[in-house]
Design a protein around this ligand. Structure first.
Ligand SMILES: NC(=O)c1ccc[n+]([C@@H]2O[C@H](COP(=O)([O-])OP(=O)(O)OC[C@H]3O[C@@H](n4cnc5c(N)ncnc54)[C@H](O)[C@@H]3O)[C@@H](O)[C@H]2O)c1
Ligand SMILES: O=C(O)[C@H]1O[C@H](OP(=O)(O)OP(=O)(O)OC[C@H]2O[C@@H](n3ccc(=O)[nH]c3=O)[C@H](O)[C@@H]2O)[C@H](O)[C@@H](O)[C@@H]1O
Length: 352
């Protein structure tokens, strides 16, 4: 097993033979001058990678794979004997702990890397998830969030183009902004504030979608876009700031549940195992998307707080607090397309 963590520098991969005979990828830092272009690296990479496609295994890159959704996706991908999984992550909101059961496994590699920087590694598929998802974290360094969404997606598309790899991008229901259409269909173009405090994330994701489709039209890259709606489950960071983890952590600590005003705003919550199944089906299917992946069950934040109170701590108080700017008033996916195209629909309801 080769488990390399490289610092934030361009990477290039070569083939390594393991002592047990299994083939895997070893990604090592190149001593590059800062002005070296991707094209310059590419010549070496392509020469060095001849023959790697003759493998029978499927080599899959997951960016953001140590995060909440990414780590569950890695678990699912690793179930398949023919899959080799490489995770690239800068650990901003993710944690190695989420993947500790795979560290040391011959079909798994973990690489410390910020995907806003060039990344080269021979793979067949790319699940491109890297991006902080909680509003608290994506607003913390908004310029970095934009770089991750725009430059990171450009880098991943460049890799997909070079390798003719299929690439799936995890977009968000935030591309619909504060939606005037309800529920939201994929055909809706959204109502987004382009200069607000959330724009680094929602406009960043919209630009990434634009890039995905331009690479598709211009270079014929096989793209997939998932429009993910609020997802929850095990391994959400307890101090993540998102509403489900906030309420549950508060209920356990016997602190008041902080319903942000007006409390009548709605969200639709999807359990992570359902979401990961949807991502996998989208990748393996033929439709480029975008396709909504979410659970259409819709709840106000007051209803969610009451449900958490009932289920976890009937004694806990519910308090009303100020909201943040540009919070969407309603959100509910229309999943007709996911049902028709992927045969996918969520199985787990919120109370369960
Ligand atoms: N969880 C949701 O409800 C939800 C909803 C819609 C869309 N999404 C999207 O799904 C993806 C995963 O979300 P999540 O909930 O697992 O979030 P998360 O914050 O738990 O995981 C994101 C991962 O990306 C990594 N990362 C961030 N910036 C990076 C960079 N520049 N280079 C490399 N790695 C970087 C983080 O360290 C982390 O491991 C994100 O793209 C997010 O926008 C999530
Ligand atoms: O699903 C999506 O597309 C997006 O949803 C979320 O963004 P948001 O809906 O704002 O998520 P939360 O921060 O969990 O907030 C949900 C609602 O709960 C409310 N809230 C949040 C936290 C809290 O303590 N109390 C509270 O009432 C917020 O005002 C908001 O109306 C995610 O954080 C994004 O990563 C994701 O892309």
């Amino acid at each position: 097993m080769t488990n390399v963590q490289a610092s934030n520098c361009p990477l290039v991969a070569d083939e390594a033979r393991l002592s047990n005979g299994a083939s895997t990828t070893r990604c090592k830092p190149l001593l590059l001058s800062p002005i070296l272009r991707h094209e310059d690296v590419g010549v070496n990479v392509e020469q060095g990678m001849r023959g790697w496609r003759s493998r029978t295994n499927m080599r899959i890159l997951v960016t953001g794979g140590t995060g909440f959704i990414g780590s569950h996706l890695v678990d699912k991908l690793m179930e398949k004997e023919k899959n080799e999984v490489i995770v690239a992550d800068n650990y901003f909101t993710g944690s190695k702990d989420n993947l500790k059961k795979w560290i040391g496994h011959p079909r798994f590699e973990l690489i410390r890397h910020g995907i806003q920087l060039c990344f080269l590694c021979p793979v067949d598929q790319i699940y491109h998830l890297a991006c902080p998802a909680s509003p608290i974290f994506y607003k913390y360094n908004s310029v970095k969030t934009i770089k991750t969404n725009v430059m990171g997606t450009l880098n991943m598309l460049g890799l997909a183009k070079r390798l003719r790899a299929r690439i799936l991008f995890t977009s968000t229901s935030e591309v619909y902004g504060d939606p005037l259409e309800h529920p939201q269909k994929e055909t809706y173009w959204g109502n987004v504030n382009p200069i607000g405090v959330r724009s680094c994330y929602d406009e960043g994701k919209r630009m990434a979608e634009t890039l995905m489709f331009d690479y598709y039209r211009q270079y014929g890259i096989e793209i997939r876009i998932a429009t993910i709606f609020n997802t929850y489950g095990q391994r959400m960071n307890i101090d993540d700031g998102r509403v489900v983890s906030n309420f549950i952590a508060q209920a356990i600590r016997n602190e008041p549940l902080t319903v942000q005003l007006p409390g009548t705003q709605t969200r639709s919550f999807c359990y992570v195992s359902d979401l990961v199944d949807g991502l996998n089906q989208l990748m393996e299917g033929t439709d480029a998307g975008p396709i909504n992946l979410g659970n259409p069950g819709e709840f106000t934040m007051k209803e969610l707080a009451k449900a958490v109170q009932e289920l976890i701590n009937p004694e806990v108080q519910i308090s009303e607090v100020e909201n943040t700017l540009d919070d969407a008033r309603q959100r509910k996916p229309d999943i007709t397309k996911a049902k028709e195209v992927l045969g996918w629909e969520p199985k787990v309801n919120l109370h369960e």
